[in-house]
Design a protein around this ligand. Structure first.
Ligand code: PHE
Length: 384
């Protein structure tokens, strides 16, 4: 008897934990007088560091908005779901958010590949979607209901090509990209074109698949091509392993990447091997702007002293750009809300002034970060 009860209790506990881990949530009580806003995010799985950062930034925005009375006299009912960083989940979640939860807009995703999955659902249902940080151009090309608050990869690729030439003094570069990520394949292309146009040479092109753990064969081929630097447009999980294994193979040239490198986990994965590596991203918490420092303080207070990264700032900005548009529209009716988001001009966010162009993209400065003495260090800002 006792045993059965214990089993029942522990089964209930397991189910409860599973529900919590599934990450589905609802940050306020909602009700008919609330405005429902949805988010789909990589809260667990391979890119959880991105998803969690972005989500925490978004949560701070929602809390600030609700503390200030909500929107249009109603509280915000923020509903979020975890896609576990896996393909095939984001479209289902977007459908559920729209048809079951009746959200007025959808926030997400960090990774371009998953924004490309949910975008068509939002577009077909005419529900505005704002991606905080998907940089692949195709994301907003999905249709007129799809927006982003970050710069795009044609800009990021070009600035990295210039950085490689000017700061790394690299003439010969090897490119090592992830065939499974549209972000990685796109950024590789957007780097190669301007780099070659500026007189640079791509001496080796190697590929891996997200989830791979051993990169030694491709790195050996890269080493043989004797590049001045290695470009790794990919996500931190693999980028970290690639940097470590490159150093183990005696490759001493700089490695560099794009915003996919941005995660504290990168330091845990690659440690001292990261000295002398570089990446571009959207934001630096070292910026002394008072609004940024206010955000840094509230993020730290809520997240065990952790410093916010670019995804956190972009998550916050995506929610605030939406809130600003809802206020200007004076309604959450979808066509009017879409118009108001499209009209976003000079919105002063944490990642710079956001103006959305006719292609629903933002044009913003990037920052270059390096790793020094085991810490991320701001190096320079590059304007568009
Ligand atoms: N820009 C990457 C993508 O589009 C994701 C990313 C966002 C990485 C922000 C780091 C910071 O897939």
């Amino acid at each position: 008897m006792k045993n059965t009860r214990l089993t029942l209790i522990s089964t209930a506990a397991v189910l409860l934990t599973a529900a919590l881990l599934a990450g589905c949530g609802d940050s306020s009580s909602g009700g008919p007088d609330a405005i429902s806003i949805g988010e789909y995010a990589s809260l667990s799985g391979k890119e959880a560091a991105f998803g969690q950062s972005s989500h925490r930034g978004t949560l701070i925005a929602m809390e600030e908005l609700n503390a200030a009375g909500g929107l249009l006299g109603k509280k915000i009912n923020f509903i979020f779901e975890d896609n576990r960083s896996t393909p095939g989940e984001s479209a289902t979640i977007a459908k559920k958010l729209i048809t079951r939860d009746h959200v007025v807009a959808v926030l997400g995703e960090v990774a371009s590949g998953r924004s490309l999955e949910a975008g068509p659902i939002c577009q077909a249902n005419k529900i505005p979607m704002i991606s905080p940080s998907s940089t692949n151009p195709k994301v907003t090309e999905t249709g007129d209901y799809i927006f982003r608050v970050c710069f795009t990869d044609p800009f990021q690729g070009k600035l990295l090509a210039e950085f490689a030439k000017r700061s790394l003094k690299a003439k010969n570069v090897a490119v090592f990209s992830d065939v499974s990520a549209p972000y990685s394949m796109g950024l590789a292309q957007f780097f190669k074109e301007p780099f070659a146009a500026n007189g640079g040479t791509i001496v080796s092109e190697q590929k891996y698949t997200g989830g791979d753990k051993d990169f030694k064969a491709q790195l050996t081929a890269i080493k043989a091509a004797n590049p001045d630097a290695i470009f790794v447009p990919g996500y931190y999980t693999e980028a970290g392993l690639i940097v470590s294994q490159a150093r183990q193979l005696g490759i001493t040239v700089p490695l560099f990447g794009g915003d996919g490198w941005e995660a504290p986990e990168l330091l845990q994965i690659a440690g001292p091997a990261l000295e002398g590596t570089y990446y571009s991203t959207h934001f630096s918490a070292e910026n002394q702007d008072p609004n940024i420092q206010k955000f840094v303080q509230s993020y730290k207070a809520k997240n065990n002293g952790e410093t916010p990264d670019a995804m956190a700032a972009l998550g916050y900005d995506s929610a605030m750009v939406l809130a600003d548009a809802i206020k200007r529209a004076g309604t959450t009716e979808s066509a009017k809300l879409r118009e108001a988001i499209a009209a976003t001009k000079d919105y002063a966010g944490l990642t710079g002034k956001t103006t959305l162009d006719a292609q629903r993209n933002a044009t913003k400065s990037a920052v270059i970060i390096t790793v020094k003495d085991g810490k991320f260090k701001y190096l320079e800002t590059i304007a568009p």
